[in-house]
Design a protein around this ligand. Sequence first.
Ligand SMILES: NC(=O)c1ccc[n+]([C@@H]2O[C@H](COP(=O)([O-])OP(=O)(O)OC[C@H]3O[C@@H](n4cnc5c(N)ncnc54)[C@H](OP(=O)(O)O)[C@@H]3O)[C@@H](O)[C@H]2O)c1
Length: 330
Amino acid sequence: MKAIQIVEESGPDSALALGELPEPEASHMLTPGAGVLVEVHAAGVSFPELLQTRGQYQMKPALPFVPGSEVAGVVRSAPEGAQVKAGDRVAAFCALGGFAETAVAPEFFTFALSPKLDFAQGSGLILNYHTAYFALALRGRLKAGESVLVHGAGGGVGTATLQVAKGLGASTIALVSSAAKREVAEQAGADEVLLLGDGWKDQVLELSGGGVDMVLDPVGGDRFTDSLRSLREGGRLVVVGFTGGAIPEVRVNRLLLRNTEVVGAGWGAYVMSKPELNREIGAAVNRMVDEGFVSPVVGERFPLERAAEALKALDERRATGKVVLDVRAA
Ligand SMILES: NC(=O)c1ccc[n+]([C@@H]2O[C@H](COP(=O)([O-])OP(=O)(O)OC[C@H]3O[C@@H](n4cnc5c(N)ncnc54)[C@H](OP(=O)(O)O)[C@@H]3O)[C@@H](O)[C@H]2O)c1
């Protein structure tokens, strides 16, 4: 099969090589001896893959390895008792190995793909939408009628968060850095979109009538203090990532003064050992697909051999929505 490997940790320009590899066995590292084999049509491109090209991600497989944490495609074989069977269209989280024509995923990370979604959308459904649901509903305790400010709202996690928040009955304010990303956030269904710049915090306070109930932050950096100031009493700031580079620090007196919380949401490590929780989140996300709230916004698409360009779109802050590799494009 054709596959992209990371052969050195020198960044997206030079770390990748396209090659012919043997097909994987139906065995996943999380479920040794068992796994769902998926004929990959689309592979989602995400920040972990970018970090892996520099050896900066927490999971450090021995070189060379095939990156790619999530895919959409057709099941070739599935273990007995699995929720999916040969021939089913699925979205699957494989953690590694997705940038290839065939990938293997644990049964509990493989979900039926609604006929409403194409393969490109399916390849953006797990990492971002399961994270959004985990962060908003389970970690942040978001309730219907509450309001959420979403940072990086034109990106993968951001667009997913806008849609899942709506599915949970909340209202959303999106914060983005450019006019192009404003359009994407609007397309993802944001109620209000603000451009990053002086005064965004005051605009949030005004739009929300004194503060939002939740801030969802995949960006971090120097906007953190203003995020805390954007919360109303009892509000929660949910930390999801640090694309901005710097890891913020909190002066905890701010939390005490306004009775607010900072909550961490690390989806992957938490759910990996909890098959039932994955089924619950998968069912909730699929329900939101059926109800029309969730429809992944696909940004740039590249054929498999141009994976480096896909990673550079993330690296250069150009990505909007989900960046996708069309693995079986002619
Ligand atoms: N906690 C978890 O379980 C979990 C799960 C999935 C992903 N994540 C993390 O969430 C983060 C976002 O992932 P994503 O897929 O949404 O990425 P993405 O599509 O590239 O979006 C990230 C957004 O961050 C903003 N940003 C600010 N400074 C940036 C910079 N220097 N370089 C790149 N982007 C910058 C950009 O928005 P503006 O230009 O509008 O500011 C961009 O749209 C990543 O750190 C990822 O590892 C965490």
